[in-house]
Every structure is written in C-alpha cells, then in structure tokens.
Write a protein that binds this ligand. Sequence first.
Ligand SMILES: [Zn+2]
Length: 355
Amino acid sequence: MLKPWLKESFNDFTQACLQGRLPGSVIIAGRPECGVMELALECARFYLCANKSPAGACGQCEGCRTFAAGANPDFLMVRSSTKDEEDAGQDVVTNPALAMHDNDGFFTASDTAVLRRSVRIGSTRRLIEWINLSHTLGQGKAAVINDAHTMPEGAANSILKTFEEPPSQTLIIVTAKSLDALLPTIRSRAYKIVLKDPKPEIASAYLAQKGYQGPQAAVALALAAQAPLGAEVILEQGLDVKALEIVSLLSQTVKGGADAALIDALSSLPAQGQVLVLGELVRELLKYKAGFKLEALPLLNEQSAQALVRLPADHLFSALQDLQHFAVRAPFIPPRAPLALLRAWGQALTQGSNR
Ligand SMILES: [Zn+2]
C-alpha cells in the first residue's frame, strides 16, 4: 500500500503515463524520510505492469509478480554507494526490497558510510549498458537512480545523453533531494514530481496507525523535522526515549557541567542522533523564550524548561550554528564536540546565577 501522502503525486504520474504524456525520464524530488524512494519504485512497478489502470499496477501480471520477487529482468536500480559497496555489487540491484532499506539508518546509524555514498561512475556505466539491451517482458524497461544529487560530474556527464534521449519504451526515474541539486540539462526534459512534506495531521495519523501516539509521536516528529518515515525510524530505534532522558539529565546537571550519566546517555547515540537531539532542544528553548506554550514543544516539560530557559539567547544561537555545522559533517564530528557545547552552557548558567 502506497503511503497516503504519496497518492496524489502517484495519480498524476499514472495519468500522464496512461495518456501517453510521459517523456523518457522522471525526476522525483523531496526528502527521503518522506518516501521519495517508495514513490519512485511504485512508478517503476506501474510502468512495467501489463494491465495498467487508473487504480495502479495490477499486482497479478508477470511484470508485477517478478517485480515483487525482486527478479523483474526489465527493472534496474542504481543506489548511491561507497567504493566497498560497489565492489560487492550492491550499487546496481534488481530487488526493490533492498532499496527500501536504504534510508533506515539515516538518523541512528553509527555507520560512517552514510555520508560517503554517492552514485558512482561505474554504476552509471553498468546502467547504460543495461538500458541498451532489449526488454524481455514486453512492457519496456524502467530504471531508478536513487540520490542522483550525489552524482559527481563524471557520472552525471556519462548519463546525460541517455537521460535526455532514452531508447524508446524506456523510463529512467531519478530521485534527488531537490530539483536544484541536479544539472539543468537533466532537469529540462524530465517529468517532474516535487514531493511536499505531508501535513502534520497526516503524519500523526500515519504514526498512530503504527501504534505511536501522543507525546511519543510528537517527540519523534519534532526530531525528524515532521517527516513521517523518519519519525518511524526514530521510534523503532528508541531515539525519542533517549532524547527525553538526555533533556531531563541536562536540566538536572547542566549548572555544574555535564555529569557522568549525561555523558553516557549522549555518547550512546551516534553523531547524527546527538546533533538531532541537541538541535531540536535549542530550537525549542528559543521558541519557549519567544513565548511558545509547552504543549507545542515536545522535548521540554515544566521542570526542564525552567532549568534551561536561563541559558542566554546568544549562547543558544551560537549553539545552533555549531550544531548545523556538525550536521553537515556528521558522522565525522569530533566525539567530544557536543560535550564541549554542554560545558559552555554550564558555564553560562553558573555565571548567570552569580551575577
Ligand atoms: Zn501488473
């Protein structure tokens, strides 16, 4: 079942396809944590279905069955990968189920591969070779390139001609974090889908359906910047509980500098998790200072807000800058960097109370 907030974009795509308005290439732009990959795979499945209808792919034909089994000979997916993953053949796959897990570790993985992945030139070469073979099941061929914004210039140039003029009965779908992140030549001829973030009530309803409600869901959505699939990963990994624990420990101990329990709790999170939790906390403290009610600030409660609101705004703004800087480099941030931040807060609070 396609996620509810993806349906409108998918319907637009199926109509364009059924009415013969689809060019040979499609760009799907948006946040991975909102389901870009799922939409790309559903579009590919539809394209390869022998019984397409406005309701979607049939699920019964050979194309649909082989697609579900990860063995449709007319489907190929290029994933962003590290050199090691490319050497292991994990960069070009036929099984869509493998691709669905690509973003699972985004918030919580200590895996340093996350930021070193890119669409590699060897992968695009294999894709081009595959595209030039003839199709097998009679519905044409569909390829997906995931994270196309990570393509280095060489890889982008190698795919350009194929992308501008794919062979007939061939659909190339690329996903990217935004349209601007792709070369204008890639953008110009493609059918474009810009996936907007789902409305808060739709994101909450999705999490409720998964069994997550109330404050727990609110914390996860805040940490995931309102992306429902991101929030789901956070809940599955228990990062929401950790985050509340960290805020509680921080409010008890920040005045005397970070104590052992707080250091343990923070260090138990991977770098991305530390940056997410502290970043959201700083944003909520700034909002609290600006008069927001506690109900709108899921990480804070009465006690922690009282304890931490005395942090001067200029400290919070510079912390936010530091954290944004870390976020770009995570997971390569120095392991003690968030702790140094907390020590500075402790000093600021101690000085504040002496004045
Ligand atoms: Zn079918």
